[in-house]
Design a protein around this ligand. Structure first.
Ligand code: SF4
Length: 74
């Protein structure tokens, strides 16, 4: 079945891997696609990339598609 995905519809805020964090700033959140990065020292925590709600990248995964996949797998 052909995909109806259009790149102009992509936005971090609609992605499975986006976690809204109001403390980061208005319309900002964390991208959870990859593990944390830039660990400043061995005993410090790494950082999750901060992205804007309307950003997007090539790993964009619409939440609806992920939910459909979970239903299919379950
Ligand atoms: S940066 Fe990419 S993977 Fe991360 S939340 Fe945005 S679209 Fe999703």
């Amino acid at each position: 079945m052909a995909s109806t995905f259009q790149i102009q519809d992509a936005a971090c805020t609609k992605c499975t891997f986006f976690e809204l964090r109001a403390a980061a700033g208005p319309d900002l959140g964390l991208c959870r696609y990859n593990p944390p990065v830039t660990q400043p020292s061995a005993d410090a925590h790494g950082f999750w990339p901060v992205v804007a709600a309307q950003d997007w990248c090539g790993h964009y995964n619409p939440q609806a598609a992920a939910q459909a996949g979970l239903r299919a797998a379950g």
